[in-house]
Design a protein around this ligand. Structure first.
Ligand code: UGA
Length: 446
């Protein structure tokens, strides 16, 4: 099939490359010339395992193209919208400008195929519920045979290629007019034939349900993380160990073990902004009470960052001025170079504001960090970062940091304090090696 993907950020670039992998002829459209240039050379503009290989293969084969020229999308049968919906400046809601611009672009440039089938617009961006109805109405008003489906995306950064090629479910939000809905379904079925043949569960829904599935899923995940972080607060107040608690409750498969990792909380370009946009939309719909619990989820999450800063102060016995802190990991989670709403970056900023001298290492984001903050000390190696440190803080659980050897690092530091912001180190191993270990809801071991 001929496919266009509008917006080539995390979602769009991965989707475009994966659609090419499925055998489709794909053009990705973005306004960012630098990004398009990189993608056109088969180079990933961000760190995502598996993506460079797909880009290189399919750009070389000619099955995948990237452009800033909207006329190039004209003959696509399906136009996927994968643009960003960032949080509005100073407000909780989502900025829908790019989604509406994408619809404008499609209406201006899409050309109906000759085979009697419609042009399909498939929305993938995370949007406030009700957006799809509005877009469908605009498409209908154009008087052309252009129809809409809402097809939310559930990929995780770091696993984006696998999540797109072998998703755990596919959702089609279809027009309630069955005839229109069936025409859209037929095109999506053809597009996702490989996944459907592999028995990927397919959920058919109306537009609002499909839009809600996405924000409901992210809200549930955020709630799960804040729940376990609330339990971490209880553990800290009582001498409990939240990692054991999570393990024990997680064995109940009604609860499940995933997303029960207590620590410095969730960040990234999705969970925080999505729960806030969801609350804002509920307010507009007059059902804000239904989501007031998400305000608490957000508050608990942000409190984890305060707690990490407080632990650093506790470790140095008071004021942070002039204390050297080694920060291991600055991205919002491992296997990405994404710094959007990174809890680690926020905590580092607060430590710096309190006068601490920081040395920050990260396997993927050092370069960006040096560019953005030339005033910060961003050494190449963990050894350089921890040399002379009063506190070592592990804030993003990159594999190489989880495996660090406490015995070999101890001779480099000024004071052997380690704060395990993600509860991924073994407290006994670090304490036995001579460190004072601070966990997040698992006490202090020395
Ligand atoms: C999230 C969802 O997991 C995806 O399903 C969704 O498609 C995506 O948002 C999106 O809306 O596009 P992502 O932002 O890549 O994916 O990151 P997650 O893996 O969900 O992690 C989010 C944050 O929660 C990270 O900061 C992570 O460190 C933190 N986290 C995760 C915890 O603190 N504890 C956990 O147990 C799990």
């Amino acid at each position: 099939m001929r496919i266009s993907v509008i917006g080539c950020g995390y979602l769009g670039a991965v989707h475009a490359a994966c659609m090419a992998e499925l055998g489709h002829d794909v053009v990705g459209l973005d306004v960012d010339e630098a990004k398009v240039r990189k993608l056109s050379q088969g180079v990933a503009p961000f760190h995502e395992p598996g993506l460079p290989e797909l880009l290189a293969r399919h750009v070389a084969s000619g099955r995948l193209r990237f452009t800033t020229d909207p006329t190039q999308i004209a003959d696509a049968q399906i136009h996927f919208i994968g643009v960003g919906t960032p949080q509005l400046q100073g407000r909780l809601g989502a900025d829908m400008t790019y989604v509406h611009q994408a619809v404008d672009t499609i209406l201006e440039h899409a050309v109906a195929p000759q085979d009697g089938r419609p042009v399909l617009v498939a929305g993938k961006s995370t949007v406030p519920v009700g957006t799809a109805e509005g877009i469908a109405a605009r498409l209908a008003e154009s008087g052309r045979d252009i129809i809409l489906a809402w097809n939310p995306e559930f990929l995780r950064e770091g696993y984006a290629v696998g999540d797109t090629l072998t998703p755990d479910r596919i959702v089609y939000g279809l027009c309630e007019d069955r005839a229109v809905g069936n025409r859209a379904k037929e095109l999506l079925d053809e597009c996702y034939a490989t996944q459907l043949a592999a028995d990927t569960p397919l959920i058919l829904a109306n537009y609002p349900t499909a839009e809600l599935v996405k924000v409901a899923a992210n809200s549930f995940l955020a709630t799960k993380i804040s729940f376990i972080n609330a339990m971490a607060e209880l553990c800290d107040a009582t001498g409990g160990d939240v990692t054991r608690l999570a393990e024990a409750i997680g064995h109940d498969d009604r609860i499940g073990r995933k997303f029960l990792q207590a620590g410095i909380g969730f960040g990234g370009g999705c969970l925080p902004k999505d729960i806030r946009a969801f609350m804002a939309r509920a307010g507009e719909l007059g059902v804000d009470e239904a989501l007031t619990f998400l305000r608490e989820v957000d508050t608990i999450n942000l409190r984890r960052r305060d707690h990490a800063v407080n632990l650093a102060e506790e470790a140095v016995g008071g004021r942070l001025v002039g204390k050297k802190i080694a920060v291991l990991g600055i991205t919002f989670k491992p296997d990405t170079d994404d710094l959007r709403d990174s809890p680690a970056l926020d905590i580092a900023g607060r430590l710096w504001a309190r006068g601490a001298e920081l040395a920050i290492v990260d396997p993927a984001a050092s370069h960006t960090l040096r560019e953005r903050r030339p005033d910060l000390n961003v050494p190449e190696t963990v050894e350089e970062a921890v040399t002379g440190a009063d506190v070592v803080m592990l804030l993003t659980p990159w594999r190489e940091y989880v495996r660090l050897d406490p015995s070999s690092l101890i001779s480099l530091v000024n004071s052997p304090n380690v704060i395990d912001g993600r509860n991924v180190l073994d407290p006994h191993e670090w304490a036995d090696a001579g460190w004072t270990y601070y966990g997040m809801g698992r006490g202090v071991s020395a």
